[in-house]
Design a protein around this ligand. Structure first.
Ligand SMILES: NC(=O)c1ccc[n+]([C@@H]2O[C@H](COP(=O)([O-])OP(=O)(O)OC[C@H]3O[C@@H](n4cnc5c(N)ncnc54)[C@H](O)[C@@H]3O)[C@@H](O)[C@H]2O)c1
Length: 355
């Protein structure tokens, strides 16, 4: 592997027998990320900026779906980051919603990191935690940037209360957000109760209310976070948004197009987000145009787009592979620096051209 350019991250190590390959389990990933939420938010913002400046490659995600298991999918997110990170890779993430009633998380994932100069894969990381962390960091960054000039919301409402909701709350709290009231709504009473328990033991101040109906939750929240597994819109009355909340539409398919058409809309990447029957995709199909979009989060961060104070603002992040790559590389570098990499001896074995 060749030497990295000045200021770039170090080249991937090569042992006497060839390029190294490390496996980083979820326990290590979690240890590295815990307590570093603000660094991850900064990293995600920097990656959005790099993406906005065109110093990334982020092809469309590929959805593997199954006729015999219609609720399940496995998504491939290939990506490449330039700048100082200089790394390529792939997240391969399964979503099996039936796992949840069976007692294991919906999503499971691996992230492969490839060396910039040789293309050799140099690490495989457990990636459901990386994915949840980058999603939560993106949500926290959006909450911050999109509330500037509008005032910080004091009442949060979590619509869908699984792992992603928990991570978003953790990242918001780490970034200094506190709420006078936190509302909770989930189709599953068990999930709503579990999330309320998490909120109570997290030590977050403020009152927690479990709502029995979606309308109550939305009307009583200035920051609404959608993290359900809904496949098609189930919230369609624009009147519920008459108080003009900031909406983090992380699950992407909850809102009828009419809600988006009545709001300012920010996405992470236009081409990515207007696909796969997301609510923005449905709004484009309904109107035959993209005029309802105000811009991307990196446009807002660069000052090219100003968010209105007197309208509902909806952030719909498709979820970019470059974010997984940035967070995964951060984890790899921390584990490597601590000397804790578990490398697999002789993983790459046929190394001499003629034996
Ligand atoms: N945009 C992104 O970058 C990104 C990244 C990761 C995850 N996600 C999405 O976040 C969502 C949540 O993921 P998770 O791991 O927390 O899932 P999860 O299965 O752990 O939790 C989802 C919760 O939503 C509830 N729910 C489902 N339909 C509902 C409805 N109509 N109303 C209210 N509650 C409902 C379920 O009961 C469950 O408690 C998924 O849709 C996932 O695809 C988005």
């Amino acid at each position: 592997m060749t030497a990295a350019s000045p200021g770039a991250r170090p080249a991937t190590p090569v042992s006497a027998t060839g390029p190294t390959f490390a496996v980083i389990p979820g326990a290590q990933v979690k240890r590295v990320l815990r307590g570093h939420e603000n660094e991850i938010i900064d990293l995600v913002e920097a990656t959005y900026q790099l993406h906005g400046e065109g110093d990334t490659v982020n092809p469309p995600s590929y959805f593997l779906q199954f006729p015999d298991r219609p609720s399940a999918r496995i998504i491939a997110l290939p990506a490449s980051i330039g700048g100082k990170l200089r790394v390529d890779g792939l997240k391969w993430i399964s979503s099996f919603p039936e796992n949840v009633p069976a007692g294991i998380p919906r999503a499971s994932a691996v992230l492969i990191l490839n060396d910039h100069d040789t293309g050799y894969p140099f690490a495989c990381l457990e990636a459901s935690i990386i994915s949840a962390a980058r999603t939560a960091a993106s949500a926290a960054a959006a909450a911050d940037w999109l509330s500037r000039g509008r005032g910080r919301p004091a009442r949060a409402g979590f619509f869908g209360t699984g792992l992603i909701a928990r991570y978003i709350h953790t990242f918001l709290a780490a970034a200094g957000w506190t709420f006078d009231e936190t509302g909770v709504y989930d189709l599953s009473a068990g999930s709503a109760d579990g999330f309320r328990g998490y909120l109570e033991q997290s030590g977050s101040p403020g009152k927690v209310t479990v709502h029995g109906a979606p309308e109550q939750l939305i009307r009583s929240s200035d920051l609404v976070i959608f993290a359900t597994v809904a496949g098609q819109p189930h919230v369609s009355d624009p009147a519920w948004f008459g108080h003009h909340p900031l909406v983090l539409h992380v699950s992407l398919r909850d809102l009828a197009p009419e809600i988006l058409l009545d709001a300012a809309n920010v996405v992470d990447d236009v081409e990515h987000c207007l696909k796969a029957s997301t609510s923005p995709h449905l709004a484009e199909q309904l109107t035959g145009s993209r005029d309802f979009l105000d811009g991307t989060l990196s446009d807002v961060m660069a000052g090219h787009v100003t968010v209105p104070a007197d309208r509902t603002v909806i952030f719909s992040p498709f979820g970019l592979g470059v974010l997984d790559l940035a967070v995964g590389t951060y984890v790899y570098d921390q584990v490597a620096r601590a000397g804790d990499l578990h490398t697999i001896d002789e993983f790459f074995h046929e190394m001499r051209r003629y034996g």
